[in-house]
Design a protein around this ligand. Structure first.
Ligand code: SAM
Length: 232
């Protein structure tokens, strides 16, 4: 039976590759990569000579059938994205679903992703959380934010630096200025920074200090007041 491995790759620090991830990338018949130029650096660093084929959001739908056929006749294939775990705010879901239907075995290796270190670094409760990925830029954005007002689990968002202040302000309006949050920036890289404060203080800070790099925003969930009846 053929097998598709989903292989996490570093989100900044090249040392964050597991021994198994390197071995599998060396052993598979070919590697599907989100951006073959970006992945070549990783391949060179780990002396991986396996051939790379492009698989990105622009050809994801069109190539799906052909790719699943290619995978079905191969012994094993790996999917990698530019950084982190494939399928997490990156292409991957569609090919996994199609491969499952075609009887291809799927195995996702554990490894680098931005959301888990950001959540743990935030110091906010991490026993229950929801991952919201990127908020829509325009259509549906307000609705998505409004749906979160009663959410009591910790919220995790991916955000771009030029939209961070807008998002912090909109979340402060919807969830309250004092709601605690953390901005995790450039994780695993030289300028890694985690800033913890209320939504409005973070918005004020990043208005005067425009952020650069990659960002995960973590927001505390709603602390529900215990009702009189449940106290008694
Ligand atoms: N597949 C990736 C993962 O598993 O985390 C996510 C890919 S998504 C296209 C890219 C987003 O992930 C960035 O815009 C940022 O929100 C987050 N991200 C990726 N690397 C990061 C880093 N080193 N520090 C903080 N956030 C990061």
């Amino acid at each position: 039976m053929s097998k598709l491995y989903l292989v996490p790759t570093p989100i900044g620090n090249l040392e964050d590759m597991s021994f198994r991830a390197v071995r599998i990338l060396k052993e598979v018949n070919f590697i599907l990569a989100e951006d073959t130029r970006t992945s070549k650096k990783l391949m060179q660093h780990y002396q991986i000579e396996t051939s790379l084929s492009p698989y990105h959001k622009f050809n994801e739908h069109k190539q799906l059938e052909t790719l699943v056929k290619r995978i079905s006749v191969a012994e094993s294939v790996a999917l990698i994205s530019d950084a982190g775990t494939p399928g997490i705010s990156d292409p991957g879901f569609l090919i996994v679903r199609e491969c499952i239907q075609a009887g291809v075995d799927i195995e996702c290796l554990p490894g680098a992703t931005a959301l888990i270190p950001a959540l743990v670094d935030s110091g906010l409760p991490n026993d229950r959380f929801i991952f919201e990925g990127f908020l829509p830029h325009k259509k549906g954005r307000k609705k998505r934010i409004d749906r979160l007002t009663d959410e009591d689990r910790t919220l995790v968002f991916y955000e771009s630096p030029h939209r961070l202040v807008k998002t912090l302000n909109q979340l402060a309006d919807a969830l309250g200025n004092d709601r605690q949050a953390a901005v995790a920036r450039e994780l695993t890289k030289i300028y890694e920074e985690v800033r913890r404060n209320s939504l409005s203080e973070l918005a004020a800070y990043y208005t005067t200090h425009p952020p650069k790099g990659e960002i995960v925003l973590v927001v505390k969930g709603l602390v529900k007041k215990q009702s009189q009846s449940s106290d008694s």
